[in-house]
Design a protein around this ligand. Structure first.
Ligand SMILES: *Cc1c(COP(=O)(O)O)cnc(C)c1O
Length: 435
């Protein structure tokens, strides 16, 4: 479900007119739907009701305090990848004991901080890390709760930058080495073995790789349960979302997704995911952790941006907008597709091919190429859809462009959940020697 639709000729998020929001707060502007975020979380949570489970939202997908708070209030756990994310969870009212700490490169200070705060579990990605966890916990007179991340060597069939479950990725410990790694970890005095974890990649558009991975590691998980009394099995995140045709439930007349170019993704529904996996997971008798990020936040957000100029090249028409790759890097980084729609509903079905490009001094700074869109004019506000995950969190100040503001919509109300950066914010913390 998501909550973006045309109403009275203008794109709305829930009950709020996006044209009005853009006027009030300026552009570029991130806008999130509270109802969508909550719906995705609660639907996944209830689809798994047949097994003991905890949904640990992958904080990195969208780590605004207001978003984290929404999920914390509804009982979510959190998957974190840094000390900074743990700090955010605590500030947002989340419970550190319901947090799992992932990542191949946990620094000493981060490990100490997580132990002080009573982290639920470290998902360790190498034996060297397990040793480090043991040493630091020992120095602090504590025991470190640990799960090892198994790399099951399955092909997630997703973009190579977001595939993580093949043996040539940097993630996890090779499947074959896991029994020995657990045996050695069990010898360490300051380690408590709590679970086992995997995460095979992101934006998966079929349940098959999940099923293959779960089937492959099930015998291993059973052995670990018998030998070490582990309590949980985390099956990671990675459920893909629809990036194309995502307004389909409310199709405007000019809308023709077939004309949209590349990979037409077949999304995994929450229901199909649960239906395929619950029967495999239930017999294990363990608590199942899930780590969805994109699924929760992706289609809950849009990036509003204004057309600054139209420029006719010899063979192309460029629509130059006021958002750049520094605001949303997915197209440049992963060739990520985002549907783009005018906020003012087009009155004609006519379209022309345009390139939507940003102001940043890089040729990679584009949002769409040769995209069939309704006629745009200077001053039009357009919405880049499905920008709620891996959007703002990957923003940078490149070209000294201030971060956009973020808005959370709840019904007919909207709340600023992050102020737009000012020029003063841009240079805060910088010093000129001698002055
Ligand atoms: C990024 C990540 C996730 C979330 O991935 P999504 O595709 O956003 O669901 C979950 N677990 C780990 C370990 C990750 O690195």
């Amino acid at each position: 479900m998501h909550s973006f639709h045309y109403n009275n000729g203008s794109l709305h998020c829930e009950g709020v007119d996006l044209q009005e929001l853009a006027k009030q707060h300026g552009t570029p502007l991130y806008v999130y739907s509270q109802a969508t975020i909550v719906d995705h979380f609660t639907r996944l949570d209830s689809a798994l009701s047949e097994v003991d489970h905890l949904v640990c939202y992958a904080t990195k997908a969208n780590s605004n305090l207001a978003v984290l708070n929404l999920l914390a209030k509804r009982g979510a756990g959190f998957d974190i990848v840094s000390g900074g994310e743990l700090f955010r969870i605590i500030q947002a009212g989340g419970d550190p004991s319901k947090c799992t700490f992932a990542g191949v490169g946990k620094a000493r200070a981060e490990i100490q901080y997580a132990l002080e705060q009573g982290i639920g579990c470290f998902n360790a990605e190498s034996e060297a890390e397990v040793q480090r966890l043991n040493d630091i916990a020992g120095e602090m007179g504590k025991k470190a709760p640990v799960a090892l991340r198994v790399n099951p060597n399955v092909d997630a069939k997703t973009h190579k930058y977001i595939s993580t479950g093949k043996s040539d990725n940097k993630f996890g410990i090779n499947f074959e080495n896991i029994p020995d790694a657990y045996a050695r970890a069990a010898e360490l005095p300051n380690i408590t073995l709590r679970g086992v974890q995997m995460h095979i990649g992101s934006q998966l558009t079929s349940v098959d790789p999940f099923v293959e991975a779960v089937k492959k590691v099930t015998p291993l998980v059973e052995d670990l349960k018998n030998n070490y009394g582990i309590e949980f099995f985390s099956i990671g995140g990675g459920i893909g979302i629809v990036y194309e045709d995502s307004l389909a439930s409310n199709e405007p007349s000019w809308w023709s997704p077939d004309s949209a170019s590349d990979e037409q993704a077949t999304p995994i529904t929450i229901e199909a995911y649960a239906e395929a996996l619950v029967p495999l997971l239930k017999p294990l008798g363990l608590t199942i952790f899930l780590e969805p990020g994109r699924l929760i936040a992706g289609n809950a957000g849009v990036l509003l941006t204004e057309v600054l100029y139209e420029k006719k090249g010899s063979s192309k028409t460029f629509e130059i907008i006021d958002a750049g790759m520094n605001d949303l890097i997915r197209p440049a980084l992963y060739q990520g597709h985002h549907d783009i729609v005018p906020v003012k509903e087009p009155t004609s079905a006519e379209t022309t091919p345009v390139d939507i490009v940003g102001p940043v001094c890089e040729s990679g700074d584009f949002f769409a190429q040769d995209r069939e869109l309704p006629k745009l004019s200077e001053g039009d506000v357009i919405a880049v859809l499905s920008a709620g995950a891996y959007g703002f969190v990957m923003a940078s100040n490149y070209n000294s462009r201030p971060f956009p503001a973020e808005i959370l919509v709840d019904g007919t109300e909207s709340h600023v959940i992050r102020k737009r950066q000012t020029y003063d914010d841009l240079i805060a913390g910088e010093l000129i020697p001698g002055s």
